[in-house]
Design a protein around this ligand. Sequence first.
Ligand code: FES
Length: 106
Amino acid sequence: MPTLTFIEHNGTEHRVNGSIGQSVMQAATFASVPGIPADCGGACSCATCHAYVDEAWLAKVAQPERMETDMLEYAFERQDNSRLSCQLIISEDMDGMVLRLPSSQF
Ligand code: FES
């Protein structure tokens, strides 16, 4: 069972167990990690599941589809490592992944 670490903008860390095939957003929300409201429930239409994938882990996640890239245009504080966590599907390779949350989400 892969473990993910979410780091809030204030530095608070949350270690969460995820399941293979589950989205990163689902793992976070099921564990009540603050800062991921996921208003659209994972339909890629709200950008409130925005997270920064730690640079060391970027190669472990699939490239974003066009729909995600388009929706990221609406994300606050977008960076090169910005992703919508509802579009990141957990795989065994992601065990230990670190994601940071933008200051606009708390
Ligand atoms: Fe709405 Fe990810 S939960 S875009």
